[in-house]
Design a protein around this ligand. Structure first.
Ligand code: MEV
Length: 343
């Protein structure tokens, strides 16, 4: 019986969350925190799933997963976002959809046992879901002897985020965790690897308050319907910030990157996706000397990131975040994307 283990990183977004949903530019990076998916072919009628961190076990028929994936694609194309949002409450659903869409394209699907676990904090904002979705697709593809095909994996994982983000994900999360490194992203043109000269020194501050990505994305969509001129202006502003961010990241101009992060945060405040605890940690980081700080990911909780000019400063910012009631994480960024272990 064939087996495979795949490990996939989480992610942070340096510029452009929410505006990327509307085809604006974004910059993101993979981080050195991973999820692991193990697969073992079986001869049963059922796919058996074990979500270790949630202690959930379930069994799904192949045909059921395939038709569920089709149902989600139809709901998304008909813009039935409220129905998708309801389905997102069950953590099995996005995984079932990714399994279904991956298997559907396989000529000889086999049944399997799958075990999923993760070391990516689940507060949200660090791509814990997207990382698992990419891992799920990659393990299934490797059962049929396929080498890691990042384009296919990112495409399949995207359907998981359609559910997790309630209808209209940009694809930045699933692309970042799949391709790894630093990427420039735009919905219609996809991923472009971004070369950086020396690593950015980032501190992640975890609020401990679950991010509410679905709610935040839905809220921005409604705001755009209600106040199109005002919101479009903010989205345009975010696009220019990301565009300038790309230039400054290439130039290694940390001071400018920090300044742009603060400006990006101001736009995110305008979209009302921040949270008092995020603001507290952002202030604490800036007080400690961060060059810039902003929320990262969906917001309304979750995590923020701060940029430091030195390792000593990174530690100082981390202490300040911890003293303000957050959990500081210092980790390597720009790491490799989805990969099969033991090869
Ligand atoms: C969430 O990590 C990023 C958002 O822009 C949603 C998306 O891009 O799908 C808020």
């Amino acid at each position: 019986m064939k087996t495979a283990t795949v490990s996939t990183p989480g992610k942070i977004i340096l510029f452009g969350e929410h505006s990327v949903v509307y085809n604006k530019k974004g910059i993101a990076s993979a981080i050195d925190k991973h999820s692991t998916v193990k697969i073992k072919e079986n001869t049963n009628e059922f796919i058996s799933l074990f979500l270790k961190d949630f202690n959930i076990r379930t069994r799904i028929r192949i045909e059921e997963a395939v038709s569920f994936a089709e149902e989600i694609k139809t709901l998304a194309s008909e813009k039935k976002f409220d129905q998708i949002k309801k389905l997102s409450k069950n953590p099995i659903n996005p995984i079932k959809a990714v399994i279904g869409t991956t298997i559907n394209k396989d000529k000889n699907p086999s049944s399997f046992d799958m075990v999923i676990s993760s070391r990516i904090p689940k507060t949200g904002g660090l791509g814990s879901g997207s990382s698992v979705f990419a891992g799920v697709s990659a393990t299934i593809l490797s059962l049929s002897g396929n080498r890691i095909n990042k384009k296919k994996i990112a495409e399949n994982a995207y359907l998981g985020d359609v559910i997790a983000h309630a209808g209209t994900p940009s694809g930045i999360d699933t692309s970042t965790v799949t391709y790894g490194g630093f990427i420039e992203y735009k919905k219609t043109t996809g991923v472009k690897p971004l070369k950086i000269k020396s690593p950015l020194l980032i501190v992640i501050g975890d609020t401990g308050i679950p991010a509410r990505t679905k709610t935040a994305v839905t809220q921005v969509r409604r705001m755009l319907e209600e106040k199109p001129l005002q919101v479009k202006r903010v989205l345009e502003e975010m696009d220019s910030i990301a565009e300038e961010g790309i230039r400054q990241v290439k130039e290694n101009n940390f001071e400018m990157i920090g300044k742009l992060m603060n400006e990006n945060q101001e736009c995110l405040r305008g979209l009302r996706v921040s949270h008092p605890k995020l603001e507290k940690l952002i202030k604490a980081s800036l007080r400690a000397g961060a060059l810039g700080a902003k929320l990262s990911g969906g917001g309304k909780g979750g995590i923020m990131i701060a940029l430091a000019e030195s390792k000593a400063m990174q530690k100082k910012i981390a202490r300040s975040i911890e003293n303000t009631g957050g959990k500081a994480i210092i980790t390597t960024i720009g790491v490799e994307g989805v990969k099969r272990e033991g090869l």
